[in-house]
Ligand binder design. Structure first.
Ligand code: ADP
Ligand code: ZN
Length: 217
């Protein structure tokens, strides 16, 4: 049996994948691979790839499969992935899942588990439109559910907080539609391969407990 924790976190935007990833990383030495973060870094650096991705991201549409899969493929070869990884926000289409399978096969590795974060729609919209991100570190807050101690300032590093441009109500709604249309078919895909763990909860600590239970089994 392999002891590698090779995980995929699947769920709508705002389902808590990023928050739970950080909690898992405090316990396991895994690489955190968020395609959203990788793409935002490309946009910030003004690369060719970033220029292609920028408009799509702003409107809540998906970046082409081959582009994101290529980023993930090269990220997976880095040393910090040896003990395992969390793929956060990838794959998001069945085509991406197939590209991921090919890439893992080529590396002689396998997914251990695909975790589906199931959260009601109303909650997702509330969370996305109230989400705040730190300019200085990777902390995430929420005006309603997890406010910083001082308004607009990160508790951890003192930098200003901002709202992602794609967290506006309009874009949040289209991101949810994109999720249902393009990503939800993956539930079936992974259920068939027997790798799916569905966790239906709005509490990140409960999600974490259930996930760790499953990992240690
Ligand atoms: P969230 O999970 O909150 O929607 P992410 O940071 O994961 O946000 O993604 C932000 C945007 O980046 C997406 O709306 C999409 O445009 C792009 N993106 C991220 N991951 C992928 C992916 N696997 N495939 C295509 N586009 C992606
Ligand atoms: Zn910070």
């Amino acid at each position: 049996m392999s002891t590698e924790h090779n995980l995929v976190f699947l769920g709508a935007p705002g389902a808590g994948k990023g928050t739970v990833s950080k909690q898992v990383l405090a316990k396991y030495p895994l690489a955190h691979i968020s395609t959203g973060d990788l793409l935002r870094a490309e946009v910030a650096a003004g690369t060719e790839l970033g220029k292609k991705a920028d408009a799509l991201m702003k409107s809540g549409q998906l970046v082409p499969d081959e582009i994101v899969a290529g980023m993930v493929r090269s990220r997976l070869t880095r040393d910090d992935c040896k003990a395992g990884f969390i793929l956060d926000g990838f794959p998001r289409t069945v085509a991406q899942a197939e590209l991921l399978n090919d890439a893992l096969k080529a590396l002689g590795r396998k997914l251990q588990m695909v975790v589906y974060f199931k959260v009601p729609d109303e909650m997702l919209i509330q969370r996305l439109t109230a989400r705040l991100n730190c300019r200085g570190c990777d902390a995430i807050y929420n005006k309603l559910f997890m406010p910083p101690k001082v308004e607009g300032i990160c508790d951890k590093c003192g930098s200003p907080l901002y709202q992602r441009s794609d967290d506006s109500l309009e874009t949040a709604k289209s991101r949810l539609q994109v999720f249902y249309k393009q990503t939800l078919p993956l539930i079936d895909f992974y259920e068939k391969s027997g790798q799916l763990l569905t966790i239906e909860s709005t509490s990140s600590s409960e999600i974490l407990t259930r996930l760790i239970e499953a990992l240690e089994k």
